[in-house]
Design a protein around this ligand. Sequence first.
Ligand code: SAM
Length: 286
Amino acid sequence: MNYRHIYHAGNFADVVKHIVVARTIDYLKRKPGAFRVIDTHAGIGVYDLSSDEAQKTGEWKDGIGRLLDADLPGDAAALIAPYLDAVRAANPKGGLTAYPGSPAITRHLLRNQDRLTAIELHPADAETLKTHFAGDFQTRVIALDGWLALGAHLPPKEKRGLVIVDPPFEREGEFDRLIDGLVKAYKRWPGGTYLMWYPVKNRKAVAAFRDALREAGIAKILDLSLDIRAPSVPERLDGTGLVVVNPPYPLEAEMKIVLPVLARLLGDGKDATWRAEWLAGERPAS
Ligand code: SAM
């Protein structure tokens, strides 16, 4: 396990992913019933942007660094606001020296009745996360293989909620693991919302992944992506993708407002593109 998220925290991919997390939680909060968020690859919670690692890549400067104080169109600003609130809460003295990861953003947005299960396999990272949430009765941190959690922890007793699957893609076969994990999890809990991250780097692998999802026997899948530039040679992370199973019904329309704004703001020149496409569902693919 060599992957360290501190090098990438707050980059364009985190921004898109965490906005979708925040929009989904915002939707879950519209009903009074409690829900649970299960984060299978949680990371350490909060990332120090002044650390040597974050400074070395500086990726956050072209992600949250461009967005935090940007002048946004009103409709996009309202949709992005809960996410930016969570980022500001991680920086109580103002400025931007810390970036909250998915469990910290989620926790910021929960109500008293809601719960978070945060799973992290790296022993040191799991310890850091446990320390971060020490004494918080709404959050349970577990040092465990997140792929196993997709079986063992589903469905949650609340029967409402979100499963975030955000693997590091440092090993071969991660696309296949995502599909296998999703199919197994969906069988156990077909009513859950699932948010799965994937890199847009190897375009053939992405196309095969999308094709396999179309055939996976899952009723509703929305695919969201933002490419910040045209395909690079040699390959690099040109874009970020999110598969959302059972998306909240407003999410497609919301992201059609947010993604063009992010493409302009975070794009690396005029070749930035975005998409919001149903891979499975009642609506025809656009
Ligand atoms: N979700 C986090 C966020 O948005 O802030 C970032 C997660 S980072 C992309 C991936 C994390 O998964 C790393 O912290 C890594 O240590 C952890 N990890 C790798 N393999 C894992 C596994 N099999 N189960 C659980 N965690 C794993």
